[in-house]
Design a protein around this ligand. Structure first.
Ligand SMILES: [Zn+2]
Length: 169
């Protein structure tokens, strides 16, 4: 069976931006709560932030990040591990309520060679999936079809979380 590559050229500006600025965008967001809406910081919990990915693979792509700038899973303490795990659950609940995905990819990349855009600051990807979402446009036309603007999605997820008392950490 023929395998297809899914190219994501829009990520280049993101990766270039990181190397040019030498700034960790997660730490930047953590330090600037006054611009949470502009940075798409959805939730601040005791030891973590949950952010909408500006360069999503799919609509509703969220990042759960410990506040501490650590790269490896074994650098997290038990309460950070528990909180980030609970946030994965909360993200899935809110996304199900708000945009009704059929499934999820949840994962982490360690090191640049794994595809991590920001290997220095651990983050967990929550990517909603729908039946047939890897379609012609994405596979053949170098185009990622995102059906909703980030601002609209941010507002929708924020309201859905508030209405349903999520995240409850
Ligand atoms: Zn950082």
């Amino acid at each position: 069976m023929k395998r297809f590559n899914l190219w994501a050229p829009w990520r280049l500006s993101y990766i270039k931006g990181l190397t040019e600025k030498h700034e960790c965008f997660i730490c930047h967001n953590v330090k600037n709560p006054q611009t949470d809406a502009d940075n798409f910081v959805l939730w601040r919990t005791k030891q973590s932030v949950t952010i909408l990915n500006r360069f999503p693979y799919n609509n509703g792509h969220l990042l759960v990040c410990p506040i501490r700038h650590v790269a490896e899973l074994d650098e997290l303490n038990d309460s950070e591990l528990l909180e980030t795990s609970r946030l994965i659950i909360a993200c899935q609940k809110v996304l199900k309520l708000a945009i009704n995905p059929h499934g999820f990819n949840v994962g982490m990349n360690f090191g640049r060679s794994s595809g991590a855009g920001l290997p220095a600051h651990l983050h967990i990807h929550i990517v909603p999936r729908w039946d047939g979402d890897t379609n012609f446009m994405e596979v053949c036309a170098n185009t990622n079809v995102i059906s909703q603007s980030l601002k609209e999605l941010y507002q929708q997820l924020k309201e859905t979380g508030e209405k349903n008392n999520l995240p409850s950490i």
